[in-house]
Design a protein around this ligand. Sequence first.
Ligand SMILES: C[S@@+](CC[C@H](N)C(=O)[O-])C[C@H]1O[C@@H](n2cnc3c(N)ncnc32)[C@H](O)[C@@H]1O
Length: 160
Amino acid sequence: MGKDKIFATPHGTVADFSFDAKTAAVFDDMLIRSVPFYLEVQRMVSELARDFAVPGTNVYDLGCSTGTTLIQLDQDLPEGVRLVGCDSSEEMLRKAGEKIEAHGMRHEYALACQDLNREVEVENASVVIMNLTLQFVRPLNRDRLIRRFAAEPVFSQVLL
Ligand SMILES: C[S@@+](CC[C@H](N)C(=O)[O-])C[C@H]1O[C@@H](n2cnc3c(N)ncnc32)[C@H](O)[C@@H]1O
């Protein structure tokens, strides 16, 4: 795991936070150090998803970053569930792909580059996870996004 030193040196100007290649390389270390109980949250989200996931449906992780939640879900969910990770950052998805390949997934899975501020492709979903992600969606799009998931015929749970 790359060590996060992104803010170790002073930054001249403060730009919007970017989920670029530099961040992707150290993201896991950054989250473990900066989000209290991050790994415990991962375990709990996956446990909750297990209660609602339906075989024959998709379980989505929107804003999947480096795939940490997808790997946890792979260990916890029953067979027959398909895992779909989406993110708008190609660099994060590349890192997720590497981690997932090294882990070796039991479940069928897909990774997709999608911007949640646009029309989002979610189908046959029983669970939609957006852990630490809804705050990066523009406020005027958040309500539409949640309503979109609730309209899914087999949908039972959104975990934020
Ligand atoms: C804080 S991270 C999420 C952490 C991750 N869910 C976890 O549990 O480790 C936020 C993620 O949302 C993604 N993101 C930000 N804005 C997005 C958007 N408009 N559409 C899709 N993904 C977005 C970022 O690239 C980043 O990977």
